[in-house]
Design a protein around this ligand. Structure first.
Ligand code: FAD
Length: 499
């Protein structure tokens, strides 16, 4: 049999599952846990295009790759975190491995399965999902009653890679953190990291340990916040032999309270918060360091991500002189480095473009409902969990200012409640639908730039669905609000139509 015949034969075999989860990152594995716990009898699969679990934590393997959030809240509600607050990629992957083991999820996760299209048929009351095997190119087909999109928010296959003049004549190596070459040896080399976000803040001190010198080159500053890698309270509770479950819950509450307070200040007293952040950095930086130029952003604190610096490691590298910061604009790459608008030249052997991601809407899956492509920019989100006019589909999009997983857990609990509600009603289909009183509702962009305006969000707004001016047509951004509103969301307020 030829490979084409095999592909055709495989495409004709259709596998049916009750629920199909797209993505085996922190959201998809969490979704699978909740589903198995709540509905042990239901069949489901988790499909992921990558060759292993972890999503973000599998893709990002640059030196020092670590969380920005504390793992008590970035970890799941249901599984105690036993390590230091800030964790490496490997520690996060091991934690996910434990969940996969404990919940016996190994058999339901299929790697190298890229979902390319999802077609809803009202007549059949199910989705038909097209899948391409990344390793063999085979085309597979699944049908499912409910589609649970846990695909993350950016394109895993390629990073956001701005082009600068002269890049082709640069004689050194250019790498992107999302595609880190296994064999890159930067020991003793002159490294320039372009960017100032969390990734740059991680890479600079990690590479500075062995590099000749690392320069962080930024166009504009980011807010940094030095935090201890471990929390004193966790150490105390562990020393007292307090059960891990209690420590996990207590630390979650401590971190959530702290994050709520910082978020509250960012809206109510941004100048005070700005001063606090700047002053907390000052003693950690070298004498005479120009904080205003390099670390005092133009935007309001938390209007873009606040980057954590564990144990102040970035500042230590700056103090020790193994790293430095330059705030300037790139004019051109040269044969030996980068020339800046100021005329200054940075000599480099390795340039790292820590320039972020391109947002990917629903993992690039082509959605149709009864043969019509779903025009997402014309649709409205239902509580940041479902989309108007799209039946039996939920998605996970985490928080910007709180740990992503706090929302992933809340959404998982919500989806399980919705699935149970469908069953109780004897219904098989749920469609978020604008009520007559919502018909003329003013629509707003999915993200409000006043609230959060990171580059990857702003660059992709035209692709995204909208939100309305009232619940349930809003996507709330704060855990402080959603921890009560989502569990209490009324499933019978006529915005969800069942049949
Ligand atoms: C370097 C880095 C550090 C971060 N640190 C933090 C942090 O400290 N705290 C925080 O809250 N957030 C952080 N984030 C945001 C982070 O992405 C999320 O917190 C979280 O890991 C996302 O998990 P996820 O499972 O939703 O998505 P992802 O981790 O993106 O995983 C999605 C998975 O879906 C798969 N997928 C996508 N489309 C398809 C498709 N069509 N077919 C099949 N599979 C598909 C992908 O292959 C991937 O494995 C960080 C992001 C990055 C890039």
């Amino acid at each position: 049999m030829t490979s084409t015949e095999r592909a055709v034969e495989t495409a004709q075999q259709t596998e049916h599952v009750d629920v199909l989860i797209v993505g085996a990152g922190i959201s998809g594995i969490g979704a699978a846990h909740h589903l198995r716990e709540r509905f042990p009898g239901r069949s489901f699969v988790v499909l992921d295009a990558l060759e292993d679990r972890g999503g973000t934590w599998w893709t990002h393997r640059y030196p020092g790759a670590r969380s920005d959030s504390d793992l008590f809240t970035f970890g799941y509600r249901f599984k105690p975190w036993r390590g230091p607050s800030i964790a490496t990629s490997e520690e996060i992957l091991s934690y996910l491995d434990e969940v996969i083991d404990e919940d016996d999820l190994g058999d339901v996760i299929r790697y190298r399965h890229r979902v390319t299209a999802a077609a809803w048929s009202t007549e059949d009351r199910r989705w038909t999902v097209q899948v391409t095997r990344e390793d063999t190119g085979e085309q597979l087909r699944f049908t499912t009653d409910f589609l649970w999109m846990c695909q993350g928010y950016y394109d895993h296959s390629g990073p956001h890679r701005p082009q600068w003049e002269g890049m082709d004549r640069f004689g050194g190596v250019v790498v992107h953190p999302q595609q880190w070459p296994d064999d890159l040896d930067h020991a003793g080399k002159r490294v320039v990291v372009i960017g100032s976000g969390a990734t740059a803040a991680t890479l600079v001190p990690a590479m500075a340990q062995t590099a000749g010198h690392v320069t962080m080159l930024q166009r504009s500053p980011t807010f940094f916040f030095a935090r201890p890698r471990t929390h004193e309270l966790a150490e105390t509770l562990r020393a007292l032999d307090v059960p891990d479950e209690w420590t996990h819950e207590i630390l979650r509450r401590a971190y959530i309270a702290e994050s709520d307070e910082i978020t509250r200040m960012s809206f109510e007293s941004p100048d005070e918060l700005r001063a606090f952040l700047i002053e907390s950095m000052r003693p950690l930086l070298p004498e005479g360091f120009d904080i205003d130029k390099h670390f005092n952003p133009r935007y309001r604190p938390w209007q873009q991500r606040l980057a954590v610096v564990p144990d102040g490691d970035l500042f230590t590298a700056l103090r020790e002189g193994t790293a430095s910061v330059v705030t300037d604009t790139i004019e051109t790459f040269t044969e030996t480095g980068i020339r800046l608008a100021s005329g200054e030249e940075l000599e480099a052997d390795v340039v790292v473009t820590a320039t972020g991601f391109d947002l990917s809407l629903f993992g690039g899956v082509a959605f149709t409902v009864d043969g019509e492509p779903v025009d997402f920019p014309e649709r409205v989100t239902w509580r940041g969990v479902m989309i108007s006019g799209v039946p039996n589909m939920a998605y996970v999009f985490g928080y910007f200012r709180n740990s992503w997983t706090l929302r992933a857990d809340l959404v998982s609990e919500f989806v399980c409640r919705l699935l149970a509600h469908l069953e109780e009603q004897g219904a098989t289909t749920v469609v978020p639908t604008l009520r007559p009183e919502d018909a003329d509702m003013p629509l707003r962009p999915w993200a409000d730039p006043e609230n959060f305006n990171a580059g990857y969000v702003m660059r992709s707004m035209h692709l995204m669905f909208k939100q309305g001016d009232r619940e349930p047509w809003t996507h709330l951004l704060e855990y402080a609000q959603e921890r009560t509103t989502l569990p209490a969301a009324d499933l019978d307020d006529k915005s969800l139509l069942y049949s």
